[in-house]
Design a protein around this ligand. Structure first.
Ligand code: MF3
Ligand code: CO
Ligand code: CO
Length: 313
């Protein structure tokens, strides 16, 4: 059993299933126990969707005004710092719920609300996606062991001086201790895919150029890029409705990139085919073949000549 649901006295190094086609361990993850909802002091402003089934439709512009952008810079920097703090806590023997605690407490201590907590009833303050989990893993009693990889996706919602609150969204995939070379390569290529997608951002181009370069880079490495989970516009809304594809989706997703647009680029890269299934929890997305997958995410603003990443610590 490779993922125990109660912490062992010492980190275990359990036997694993034999490797997948690409040479990294095949996954055997099972849902753990989800702990109680963490509380946020009443003094911290919540996004409008908390306590509702779904967010209100966003009707604003995809170009973010300067005052909103200034607030986003603060939220994005906070999210980046929170991600780094959680990353420092990724060690063999830690539970994904403990990572949730670290991220939650970091954001709350800074006066921010963890955007995922209560988003469409998501129960935790960040997402932890282990090994074959593509995205939206729910932190639980799962114990990370040496050789695992885990993506941590954290979003900060911040209200500054009573102005409309803004979100900053970022994620990264971390190695738990020493990992096999194929998983290392997967993590590297996933990061490169995000970086190349960001580098392709230019005013006047269509957003589908981003997916085209991401998918190309993944394929050159022999990997896949998941189509159905995309980047998104972000500002006062967590997901504004603007879709940023991670595969070549032309002629769809032909929105023209404009200076001042704020959106995420967050490709999910798979060792095997980029096809997936979902657990009954309605959130956890896994590769269909249980081979590993990795993701990186930044929030950016479009400049006159390219993109500026906002989720930098
Ligand atoms: N942070 C994720 C994103 O990049 C969204 C997570 S929504 C949740 O868009 F409900 F799953 F947490
Ligand atoms: Co996002
Ligand atoms: Co995110």
């Amino acid at each position: 059993m490779s993922h125990m649901q109660t912490p062992p006295l010492a980190p275990a190094s359990p036997p694993r299933r034999s490797g997948g086609d690409a040479g990294a361990p095949l996954g055997d993850l099972v849902p753990g126990a989800v702990g109680p909802r963490r509380s946020v002091p009443a003094s911290i402003a919540r996004p409008e969707y908390v306590g509702r089934d779904a967010p209100a439709a966003y009707t604003g512009s995809h170009v973010t005004d300067d005052a909103t952008l200034a607030r986003m810079r603060v939220a994005c920097r906070l999210a980046a710092r929170a991600l780094a703090a959680v990353g420092d806590a990724v060690v063999p023997g830690v539970t994904t719920d403990e990572l949730d605690r670290v991220g939650h407490e970091f954001l709350v201590a800074a006066g921010a609300y963890p955007s995922t907590l209560g988003y469409r009833h998501f129960p935790k303050s960040l997402c932890t996606s282990v090994n074959e989990v593509v995205c939206h893993g729910i932190p639980d009693s799962t114990v990370l062991v040496e050789g695992d990889i885990v993506n941590v996706d954290i979003t900060a919602f911040l209200v500054v001086d009573g102005a409309p609150g803004v979100h900053g969204d970022t994620n990264a995939t971390f190695a738990v201790g020493q990992v096999d070379p194929v998983s290392e390569r997967l993590i590297t290529v996933a990061r490169e895919c995000m970086e190349r997608g960001i580098d392709a951002v230019r005013p006047g181009r269509r957003v589908n150029v981003i997916g085209r370069v991401i998918e190309k880079h993944a394929r050159r490495a022999g990997f896949g890029s998941v189509r159905e989970f995309t980047g998104h516009g972000i500002s006062t809304a967590f997901h504004s409705g603007l879709v940023i594809p991670h595969v070549d989706s032309a002629p769809e997703h032909d929105d023209v990139i404009e200076p001042g647009m704020t959106f995420t680029v967050e490709p999910m890269i798979t060792l095997g085919p980029p096809t997936w299934t979902m657990w009954d929890d309605g959130w956890t997305v896994l590769t269909a073949d249980r081979q590993r997958t990795a993701q990186f995410e930044h929030t950016l603003v479009v400049t006159d000549t390219g993109a500026e990443v906002l989720t930098i610590a």
